[in-house]
Design a protein around this ligand. Sequence first.
Ligand code: NAP
Length: 355
Amino acid sequence: MDGLNLNFGLGGGSEPEVETVLNDAPRPEVENVIIIGSGPAGWSAGIYTGRANLRPLLITGNELGGQVAITNEVENYPGFPEGLTGPELAEKMQAQAQKFGTAVEIDYVTEIDVAGPPFGVKTASGKHYRANALIVATGASPRKLGVPGEERLTGRGVSYCATCDGFFFRGKELVVVGGGDSALEEALFLTRFATKIRVIHRRAQLRAGATLKRRAESNPRIEFVWNSVVTRIDGENKVESVTLKNTATGAVSELRTDGVFIYVGHLPNNQFFQGKLAMDELGYLITDKLMRTSVPGIFAAGEIQDHRFRQVATSVGQGVAAAMETEKYLAELEDRAYPGHTAYIEPLRRFVSRF
Ligand code: NAP
């Protein structure tokens, strides 16, 4: 690989010696791998493909750092017992990926051409890349209610992640919006901290499955407010109340609360994969255990292909797996392009190792 000068552990110390690779080194005409997305899955794929000397190029998307970068505090990511903020974790991941040679483009992918390799990638700034492999890590975004106060108070009482933020509401009263599995699962999780959780649902029947429904209905800390939608969220510097509108009678009321957890679904960021990569009925990319999508050479990791776990740690694992499989795929591709390549390289490696 051109332009790289990585040197792992040759000094014999416990710390690997690493020469940082400059991002402004000339790029090849066809990239080895382009990583699309800058959440935990994307940075992890960058760290691993970078360390594998693949000179990855990562295109960030509009939200640098992904969902974790808008999370108050992360206390459940292994290795940080004292916790750290979401932006801190995102920055550390980015620094680590760049340290190992991941080039970063702050840009937004608008189109991919899957008739490869090489695959085509077009961006909002008008750039056109080609790459022998792609790792898609575009994530998902929580569906928003779109009501006044929601955006302003996000991170100040409005949250889309009970696992991330529930701990900060010990002894408080909360509102959960939604009637699906996520709303009830997260409401049940929040009963560990909050004294009262009111689930606001726009209809009188839950969408959630029977088991979660039974557990939520029998939990003394959970109360249901039926046929109601949140029309605004109020509070000076943090959430203080929500305004509710009854969908049956039209009656408007105010409900005081310390926090609002919104679970009205997630939207996978799949806009430019429509008709190109196989998706499930919810719009998430379909991958196998090796993180392969329906097109050989295109891998996916993180929430673009996982709506079940949705944790930083699981996205990191998936990013690592996608990177390792990409490395393998590229080696096989190279082998096909230069038959006998490995047959020649292996004896040479053994010869060199004797000295
Ligand atoms: P979901 O099933 O789409 O439910 C979204 C809920 O939000 C619905 O109750 C919907 O109301 C409500 N809603 C949507 N837009 C709204 C709006 N603008 N205002 C007020 N309410 C609104 O989403 P999810 O709960 O995130 O689940 C996504 C998928 O993951 C589902 O397939 C689910 O089964 C699965 N999942 C499974 C588990 C589990 O098995 N443990 C846990 C989590 C998620 P309506 O009901 O009136 O449409």
